[in-house]
Design a protein around this ligand. Structure first.
Ligand code: ADP
Ligand code: MG
Length: 286
């Protein structure tokens, strides 16, 4: 286990020339680079510093989990990466280009599935493809493939109100992936699900990720979930939101909540989190 804390928890690539001089094997360029992000929310009554000097680089195909107590700025950071929020100080780059708004390359999956209730599952998954003008035959093939990927083939004609919470999240995942994004940004997507469904979806997401190899930025306040899913776990501290440490997860996949190594590492992350918070000891699910 590697825990990087303090200033080095915010890695910044060395200049190219330094890499060449050292003869080091260059890391792939980051897919997503957030540098020195500072974000204030100003209302009539409050001025909240939600993020203070947050820097994070996400490499292509990496699965990054962000954990931290409620209000530490996880969603704010994800919204900046998505391009939903563009009002901040610092630099947010995706594939080397400044993020100026939402884009097809970055699909977002929220806690509450944002599905259209008047469309069935198939039409929901197809929606983004239609918007892009993908021809009908091709659309059908892409939708079939993604419904199979999330085990929803049998429910393709079902409407949203007929689906369980887990199925809604599967549909949302299929819809996000169908447009072949370069990164999937997920904000507590399993938080509202019961424990068993959550375990199932964690396994499924691991299998989906292994098959399509997309880059994932995944926000959760469930420590064990972060350890099960992530290549690295970013621990945030609150008030103002900062990155406290980054923990490498070098455990074989697929991982399950019952793995001893997962439980041990989750305990280490929880320890980091408890030290990250100055408020009375929060309760974290592990
Ligand atoms: P998390 O997702 O970690 O729970 P958020 O990113 O939602 O935290 O919020 C970080 C901080 O910013 C919190 O103190 C929250 O109250 C504040 N905040 C978030 N959104 C807004 C907003 N639209 N207006 C004012 N304050 C906000
Ligand atoms: Mg949030």
């Amino acid at each position: 286990m590697t825990i990087v804390t303090g200033a080095s928890a915010q890695p910044v690539s060395p200049p190219e020339s330094a890499q060449q001089v050292a003869g080091a094997i260059a890391q792939p360029a980051p897919l997503l680079a957030l540098r020195h992000i500072r974000k204030h929310f100003r209302t009539k009554r409050h001025d909240t510093l939600a993020l203070d000097d947050v820097s994070l680089e996400v490499r292509p195909r990496e699965f990054i989990c962000i954990v931290g107590p409620s209000g530490c700025g996880k969603s704010t950071l994800l919204n900046i990466a998505a391009g939903i929020d563009t009002d901040y100080e610092g630099e947010a780059m995706f594939e080397g280009v400044p993020i100026t708004g939402t884009a097809r390359e970055r699909a977002v999956v929220f806690q509450e599935p944002a599905l259209f209730p008047w469309l069935n599952v198939r039409a929901n998954v197809e929606f983004g493809l239609k918007l892009r003008g993908v021809p009908k035959e091709q659309r059908r093939e892409i939708v079939d493939r993604h419904l199979a990927l999330v085990n929803l083939t049998r429910f393709d004609r079902a409407y949203v109100h007929e689906l369980s919470g887990g199925m809604k999240q599967r549909a949302q995942l299929a819809r996000g992936l169908a447009v072949e994004p370069h990164a999937l940004l997920m904000d507590e997507p399993f938080a509202a699900l019961d424990a068993q469904t959550r375990d199932e979806l964690q396994l499924e997401l691991q299998s989906v990720w292994a098959r399509i190899g997309t880059t994932v930025l995944f926000v959760t306040h469930n420590v064990r979930e972060a350890v099960i899913l992530g290549d690295r776990v970013v621990v945030m501290s609150p008030s103002p939101g900062r990155i406290k440490s980054i923990i490498e997860v070098n455990l074989e996949r697929p991982r399950t909540p019952d793995d001893h190594a997962v439980a041990d590492l989750a305990a280490a992350v929880r320890y980091e989190l408890q030290n990250a918070s100055e408020t009375p000891e929060p309760r974290y699910a592990i």
